[in-house]
Write a protein that binds this ligand. Sequence first.
Ligand SMILES: Nc1ncnc2c1ncn2[C@@H]1O[C@H](COP(=O)(O)OP(=O)(O)OP(=O)(O)O)[C@@H](O)[C@H]1O
Ligand SMILES: [Mg+2]
Length: 346
Amino acid sequence: MSEPPKEDLQAPETAGAAPVAARGNGAAGAAGTSPDGGNGSAGKPVINPSVAGAPEPPQRHLGESGLNLKPSGRVHVAVSTAPSAHAIEPQAALEPPVFSCRDVNVYYHGKQALKNVSIDVARRQVLAMIGPSGCGKSTFLRCLNRMNDTIPGARVTGSITLDGSDIHDERRDVVQLRARVGMVFQKPNPFPKSIYDNVAYGPRIHGLARSRAHLDDIVCTSLTRAGLWDEVKDRLGSPGTGLSGGQQQRLCIARTIAVQPEVILMDEPCSALDPVATARIEDLIDELRESYAIVIVTHSMQQAARVSQRTAYFHLGELIEIGDTDRVFTNPRHRLTEDYITGRFG
Ligand SMILES: Nc1ncnc2c1ncn2[C@@H]1O[C@H](COP(=O)(O)OP(=O)(O)OP(=O)(O)O)[C@@H](O)[C@H]1O
Ligand SMILES: [Mg+2]
């Protein structure tokens, strides 16, 4: 497939949002003021200079009711020939984004894997990142807590600020950064320690607990919030690796939230789980977003539609489109997004 024309990329949000059935979209309508459609800091549109003045990409309007969000259903999108409503997307003066990323490039041994990606990550919202294998989703996710630093040959350029501060500042403590920006991986990876010690590990190394009783409280609260307490409260001394896959993933989430992060990054957190365990994690994500910003990579479009308020579509290292999840799935602006979500590609 040929590379999409540059001016079609990262189009600012201007078309009408179509609130539909995706779960937890309470904050969705409030997004959409930054170059990427996020809730930009000034509360008014900021057009990326690289696309300012660029024509709107050709649109094909997809019916609002076209997306089948039933858990068992495949994504069905009905293509309509009706002209799309060119209403300005609702904009609200929200608090500044937790992450602001501008022109982020990533190279592995000189080969470019991510190209000029600009995204804001809003607080108390789930941002889903979708796209074909190899398009750069994990690479971008790893930029946010500098996990790419650990990959030999990886180089990151561009600007990434967390709460307005450059995460690449040489004075930045990367261990602290990774506590503030926790990560949950595709495969649950509990430490070879007890359930208790898995959750207590972070608070211990970051000195968050004033006393043993306080640490007990942090462990209990974290496991409760991760929806695991009732299942493990009688065996906190047992190995975390002895839990089921879904329980292990909830343990990893408990471990992540025990250090009170601001952002939780999740890279395909349910891909190793069965549908029941997946549903539990999705419910958990929905609860956690009341407190945290969550960025989730998923290959499941149903999952993206169910759990996220905003969706970003990547293709060959470029951010093709980002916006309210409802809008992206019902009225994608870019042909590449439409092809992907309708199953014609990827
Ligand atoms: N450690 C690495 N060394 C070299 N190249 C890498 C490395 N990690 C990723 N890449 C390359 O960067 C590009 C983006 O990879 P990335 O893993 O971010 O894709 P992805 O969208 O997460 O894919 P998937 O859906 O398969 O997980 C790919 O071309 C990949 O081969
Ligand atoms: Mg990946």
